[in-house]
Design a binder for this molecule. Structure first.
Ligand code: NAD
Ligand code: MG
Length: 353
């Protein structure tokens, strides 16, 4: 299924783009806020939402002056109201308010909530027919068909934020879908890339979230350690790009410089590269189809010296095989995989597993 519709591509733009950030206080959200703050003339912020971090949300709202600031935790409405006193920002709280914020008209909604909790807000964003810059991969994994149906119905455009999918999207634009032979999703291999199964059995949450290259939220960091993240990304790719599951490969690349590749029928393989900084793919979605300046450290290949690649170890990282298997079992299985993983990761981070 190809779901990147070019519908909005031709829109002439003169006014600043209006943007809503769902999950503004998270890792994706903070990177997005940083870009918005550096480009105040280019963007006008409609809404910022967060789960429970009132202090950071209020700081971000004072900086970006959105129309709305919403906190998911309904008990924190008073705190947010106090923190926003003296500003023109309207405040709301609760799950329904987050969904409502997502459905307010905006040119771009950045879907940066983690986990299946992001599904309803992302669906609401898809329904209002804007560009949905999707970081929240779990909502595609558990209900990709639903999200795509809403996107198609409303004429919204789905742009991938996930660095691998953003890389493929950038390269895909250079060619023709019918000429694509394979997608090669690169994976850093995470902090346990060279650990034995025995060592992994006693891994602690602190070790699991210490990603060698990327600074991310705790859940995705654990997913990277088990390589379930790459499994989820494999499923994510099947919804974003018009290729069969068998055409998508995973390749371990510990330096995280090549963010992914597309192999074409003539033998050409085109890669997108950069230092590991999410502001680069996020900037591409915010300014698409143009590019805008982003402050990521510049890639210096001479300094890095060598790039290496290896096959994934399916014995030590069974999540990859499991994720691929769910794709042959239909949409329900990917949702079950995602739910089981969310519960297991939360249990692990909580010290229960
Ligand atoms: P995070 O934990 O750092 O942030 C999550 C955000 O969602 C926070 O703002 C939090 O307040 C909000 N949130 C959580 N539960 C909520 C709820 N029930 N209601 C409302 N808001 C809620 O996570 P992250 O690392 O920024 O990841 C966000 C998404 O982006 C994930 O799906 C992840 O897989 C994906 N992603 C992240 C990165 C990265 O670099 N962090 C890279 C690629 C993809
Ligand atoms: Mg990724």
């Amino acid at each position: 299924m190809a779901l990147i519709s070019p519908k909005k591509l031709q829109q002439a733009e003169t006014a600043p783009r209006t943007v809503t950030v769902l999950g503004a206080t998270g890792s994706i959200g903070r990177n997005t806020v940083d870009l918005l703050a550096r480009n105040r003339e280019r963007f006008q912020v409609v809404a910022l939402t967060a789960g429970s971090n009132v202090k950071l949300l209020a700081e971000q709202a004072r900086l970006l002056e959105p129309q709305l600031a919403i906190i998911g935790d309904p008990d924190k409405l008073g705190n947010l109201r106090d923190a926003m006193q003296g500003t023109a920002v309207e405040v709301m709280a609760g799950e329904v308010a987050v969904i409502e914020a997502a459905s307010w008209p905006a040119d771009i909604v950045v879907a940066g909530i983690v986990g299946a909790a992001g599904l309803r807000p992302t669906l609401a964003a898809s329904r209002q027919g804007s560009i949905v810059a999707i970081a929240n991969k779990e909502c595609l994994v558990c209900a990709g068909d639903l999200v795509l149906a809403e996107v198609e119905r409303s004429g919204a455009v789905l742009l991938p934020v996930d660095s691998e999918h953003n890389a493929i999207f950038q390269v895909f634009e250079a060619g023709n879908a019918a000429e694509v032979e394979r997608l090669i999703l690169t994976a850093s291999g995470g902090p346990f890339r060279s650990w034995t199964l025995e060592q992994m059995a006693s891994a602690t949450p602190a070790q699991a979230v210490a990603h060698p290259n990327w600074d991310m939220g705790r859940k995705i960091s654990v997913d990277s350690a088990t390589m379930m993240n790459k499994g989820l990304e494999l499923i994510e790719a099947t919804y974003l790009f018009p290729v069969a599951t068998e055409q998508i490969e995973v390749l371990v690349h510990p330096q995280s410089v090549v963010h992914s590749m597309v192999a074409y029928v003539d033998g050409s393989v085109i890669a997108q590269m950069g230092t590991p900084d999410m502001r680069t793919p996020i900037a591409y979605t915010l300014s698409w189809p143009e590019r805008m300046a982003a402050p990521a450290k510049r890639l210096n290949l001479a300094e890095i010296g060598q790039l290496s690649f290896e096959e994934p170890d399916f014995m030590r990282f069974p999540a990859l095989t499991l994720a691929r298997a769910t794709l042959t079992h239909g949409n329900g299985s990917t949702a079950i995989l995602n739910s089981a993983n969310e519960v297991a990761v939360a249990g692990f981070l909580d010290g229960q597993i």
